[in-house]
Design a protein around this ligand. Structure first.
Ligand SMILES: Nc1ncnc2c1ncn2[C@@H]1O[C@H](COP(=O)(O)OP(=O)(O)O)[C@@H](O)[C@H]1O
Ligand SMILES: [Mg+2]
Length: 307
């Protein structure tokens, strides 16, 4: 494989252990997790809670370090935070002493230091408007905003700084259903009009099918692993009301539900054979499985990835 063919993001043999109190065995949250993401892909990860999704996200962002393994982005090892990679957490992470507007302009200025004040302001307002926060509430500090509004500020900031890798840790949970739908549409608009790569933690299988190119399925911990990469090869643009009529939709949905209900548990707690090394997830395309074939692991893995 040449340098050019190399995936944009490579996660190679990632392991995370947390020390346990009282000299007990450390908790191995996940072990030898490996997967790749291509430039411009929109990939999400789904599992039950506590499997290590946020921990993986923190390692990708450079805010946490793994116990073993490596993460490489565009050929360079990820070490520490960078303005090329940014994460929107479940819990905001805004600077409390700055107004909503200044939280956004601060990020935009750091990302584009050559821009004039006027350009930074205009650009920041574009994204604050997009998330519905330009009616005076942009001058309030995070403590003066409701949870959902704070979350919208951190989404505006992340969208505005045009990250090469946008990391989203279940960021839409605190939003009301209407705002969530609008922001998801904006996210797709921003992503599809750029070469941005998006990696997102999700818990809703229907939203995952609507938004993503690929869904990584993680088995339960301890010793969790990214077991499958499910290809969502439903043509875009996808409409909420129409996608359910796509013949592949329920095949993908059933596959995901079946994994989360059964197989994620069966794999739980199994340490890998010593020395078995990193293992890529099995790629599955449930939408393309033959009609008479059940859409579970017996579906033949296909190695083509939706772009
Ligand atoms: N700082 C920590 N110290 C000890 N255990 C932790 C720490 N952070 C997370 N964990 C444990 O690691 C596991 C994975 O957590 P997390 O990454 O938050 O999972 P998820 O995002 O999938 O819900 C959980 O069992 C959690 O209790
Ligand atoms: Mg989490």
């Amino acid at each position: 494989m040449t340098e050019i063919d190399k995936p944009f993001l490579e996660i190679d043999g990632l392991t995370k252990k947390f020390p346990s109190p009282g000299g007990r065995e450390p908790l191995t949250v996940f072990e030898d997790v490996s997967f790749d993401i291509q430039k411009g892909e929109f990939v999400c990860i789904i599992s039950h809670s506590g499997c290590g999704k946020s921990t993986i996200m923190n390692v990708l962002s450079g805010l946490d370090t793994a116990t073993g393994g490596a993460v490489t982005m565009a050929g360079e090892e990820v070490a520490g935070p960078s303005l090329d990679r940014g994460v929107v957490f479940q819990n905001y992470s805004l600077l409390p002493w700055l107004s909503a507007l200044k939280n956004v302009t601060f990020g935009v200025h750091a990302r584009f230091p050559e821009w004039s004040k006027a350009k930074v302001l205009e650009h920041s307002y574009k994204y604050l408007e997009m998330v519905g926060l330009s009616n005076g509430s942009e001058h309030r500090k995070p403590s003066q905003l409701f949870g959902g509004m704070r979350q919208r500020v951190s989404i505006a900031r992340a969208f505005a700084i045009h990250l090469k890798l946008l990391l989203l840790d279940e960021p839409f949970g605190a939003l009301d259903a209407l705002t969530r739908g609008t922001i998801q549409d904006e996210l797709i608009g921003i992503w599809s009009g750029s070469d941005q790569t998006v990696f997102m933690i999700m818990h809703d299988v229907d939203k995952a099918i609507l938004l993503t190119d690929r869904i990584l399925l993680m088995s339960n911990g301890p010793y969790a692993r990214v077991a499958e990469s499910v290809v969502v090869d439903i043509p875009r643009p996808r409409e909420r009301v129409e996608i359910i009529h796509d013949p592949g939709y329920y095949k993908i949905r059933n596959h995901l539900v079946e994994f989360l209900a059964w197989r994620s548990r069966e794999m739980s707690g199994q340490a890998r054979e010593p020395g078995s090394g990193p293992q890529q997830p099995v790629t599955v395309s449930p939408a393309r499985a033959d009609e008479d074939e059940p859409s579970d692991t017996s579906a033949k893995p296909r190695l083509t990835l939706a772009q």
